[in-house]
Design a protein around this ligand. Sequence first.
Ligand SMILES: Cc1cc2nc3c(=O)[nH]c(=O)nc-3n(C[C@H](O)[C@H](O)[C@H](O)COP(=O)(O)O)c2cc1C
Length: 210
Amino acid sequence: MRAKKVAIWFVIIALLLVAGAAVTIVQIENWQFRRNAEMANYEWSGSQESKVLVAYFSRSGNTELMAMEIAKHYNANLVHLEAEDYRIGFRGLLNALKDSQSHHAVITPEKVDLSRYETIFIGSPIWWYSPAPPVWQFVESNDFTDKGVVLFNTFNSRFKQKYIDLFKEKVKEKHGRFLKHIYVKRERMPRQIGPQELLEKVRFELKELP
Ligand SMILES: Cc1cc2nc3c(=O)[nH]c(=O)nc-3n(C[C@H](O)[C@H](O)[C@H](O)COP(=O)(O)O)c2cc1C
């Protein structure tokens, strides 16, 4: 009887800890989303003659800042891949955790006219060591014949190279040439870097590219 009571208390405490962690993560993500949105340039359109397109998915705005810095560097056009299922908030977080290893997602836009571009930058956060589902879907839904592709990611601590290699294969399957993988590691809380440092790291990565 006593063992049963202990077990029940153990489960209750574990559930409270998980719920507390989820609430904290959602609060931090909300705060980051608002902070990053203040720095984002939603008016950006890029040059009509640009041969570079930057297509990105971002939940809490960090990859979005990276995308905007890349677009500024190349005077490139920018496409935000929206995924309603993964919006900021508790439901979006649960869906992201559930689907993090999936290669399919409902995204808008799904197909983009790539005809005038030579280089396509494709960006997302890392989820469960892998690029997030919306960018896999974007590659699946478009034809990259004669296009060079650069994958870019933000993440906190770690990705696995096997998923980047798989992404390269996916680009090849869709007739693209994979050029490079660039990324910014933001570190875990409480050592996480802020948006200014993130942008400095993006500029550093861009120096390595033509
Ligand atoms: C569902 C989920 C899974 C994540 N998995 C990883 C991971 O495996 N490795 C890592 O370093 N960061 C991971 N992160 C952290 C994000 O990659 C990181 O915070 C990223 O910069 C967020 O980008 P965003 O603000 O553009 O959405 C994960 C975040 C979420 C929401």
